[in-house]
Ligand binder design. Structure first.
Ligand code: SF4
Ligand code: SF4
Length: 278
C-alpha cells in the first residue's frame, strides 16, 4: 500500500507526520522522501546512507549542419529549453524536462539526445530496520520528475510505503501522487493553509486518489476548515496540537512519537485508520 503525505504549502508539517508514521508502522515499510528540492526526512533517520545512485536526464543536441532553422522545436517546447533564431539554436539543458518531443517535430532529424546528471538518490535505513530512500535535485535544475520517478521505484518489496511528497500541486506533486492508494493531506487551521489545501484537493479529485486530512498545530478555530472538509467528504483522521515542547524535540531531530506517549498513541491510531481506509 502506498500512502502519500502531502500539503498545500511547505512548513505545514508533512515531514513530521511522515517520519512519525514510519516510526510506529513496524519493520515492513519503506519511507520515501520525494521532496527532492528540500529533503529533510533524513534528519530524523539516525542512520548513515549506505548507497548513492546518480540520476540522469536526457537533453537535446542539435546538429547545426543538418538543421534548416524552421524553429519548430523551439515552438514545441513548453519549457523554453530551446531558443531558435534564424541562424542558430540555443539549448538550455537545465530547462529540459526530457519529454522527447522536440525530435519528433523536427522535419530533418537534426535532434539527438545526450544524458547528464541532474541529482541522485540515497538509500539507508530508518530506525535501523526500515528502508529509507530520498532524492536530491542538483541546485539550478528545474525538473525534479526524473529523481522522483527514481525514488518511487524503490522499496517496492515493502508491505507499505510512506511517501513524503513535495508541497503544492505542481508537476512534482502530481508525479509523486500518481499511483497512490491514499493521500494524507496535512494542513493547519489557518486561512492560508486552507487556501493552499484546496488546490491539493482539486488535484487529488482530478486524479481520483482517495484522501484524508490531518490537522497539524491544531488549537485555533477550525470551523472554516471543517466545513470545507465536510463539503468535500474528507475525513479528518487526526490532529496534533501545537505545544512548545513538541517544537523543541522536532528542532533537535527527535521523533515526537518516541518522546511523548500521547503522540505515540495518536500515530498508532492514525496508522491503523489509514491502513483500514486505503
Ligand atoms: S525534450 Fe521536451 S522538454 Fe526537452 S527540450 Fe525537447 S521538447 Fe523541450
Ligand atoms: S526542428 Fe529541427 S530543423 Fe527545425 S530548428 Fe529545430 S532542429 Fe532545426
Amino acid at each position: 500500500m502506498n500512502i502519500v503525505v502531502l500539503s498545500g504549502k511547505g512548513g505545514t508539517g508533512k515531514t513530521t507526520i511522515s517520519v512519525n508514521l514510519a516510526n510506529i508502522a513496524g519493520s515492513d515499510i519503506a519511507l520515501l522522501d520525494c521532496d527532492v528540492e528540500e529533503p529533510n526526512s533524513h534528519l530524523f533517520c539516525n542512520n548513515e546512507f549506505t548507497s548513492y545512485e546518480d540520476v540522469g536526464a536526457l537533453y537535446p543536441v542539435i546538429a547545426e549542419d543538418i538543421c534548416i532553422h524552421c524553429g519548430k522545436c523551439g515552438s514545441f517546447c513548453n519549457f523554453s529549453a530551446i531558443l531558435c533564431t534564424k541562424k542558430m539554436n540555443i539549448v538550455m539543458p537545465e530547462m529540459c524536462h526530457d519529454c522527447g518531443g522536440c525530435s519528433l517535430v523536427c522535419p530533418v532529424d537534426a535532434i539527438s539526445y545526450e544524458t547528464r546528471t541532474i541529482g541522485h538518490i540515497r538509500r539507508g535505513l530508518f530506525n535501523q530496520e526500515q528502508q529509507f530512500i530520498d532524492g536530491i535535485l542538483n541546485i539550478g535544475e528545474f525538473s525534479s520528475t526524473k529523481i522522483i520517478e527514481k525514488v518511487l521505484s524503490q522499496g517496492l518489496d515493502a508491505k507499505h510505503r510512506i511517501i513524503d511528497a513535495p508541497p503544492g500541486s505542481a508537476c512534482a506533486a502530481v508525479e509523486t501522487v500518481e499511483g497512490a492508494d491514499l493521500a494524507l493531506i496535512v494542513t493547519e487551521p489557518t486561512p492560508f493553509a486552507l487556501s493552499d489545501m484546496k488546490m491539493v484537493v482539486e488535484m487529488l479529485e482530478n486524479m481520483k486518489i482517495p484522501a484524508a486530512v490531518f490537522i497539524n498545530k491544531s488549537g485555533a478555530d477550525e470551523t472554516e476548515l471543517l466545513e470545507y472538509c465536510k463539503a468535500k467528504e474528507l475525513k479528518v483522521v487526526g490532529r496534533l496540537p501545537f505545544f512548545k515542547e513538541y517544537g523543541e524535540v522536532y528542532a533537535k531531530g527527535g521523533l515526537l512519537s518516541s518522546e511523548f506517549p500521547e503522540v505515540n498513541k495518536l500515530f498508532v491510531t492514525l496508522w491503523r485508520d489509514l491502513v483500514n481506509e486505503a
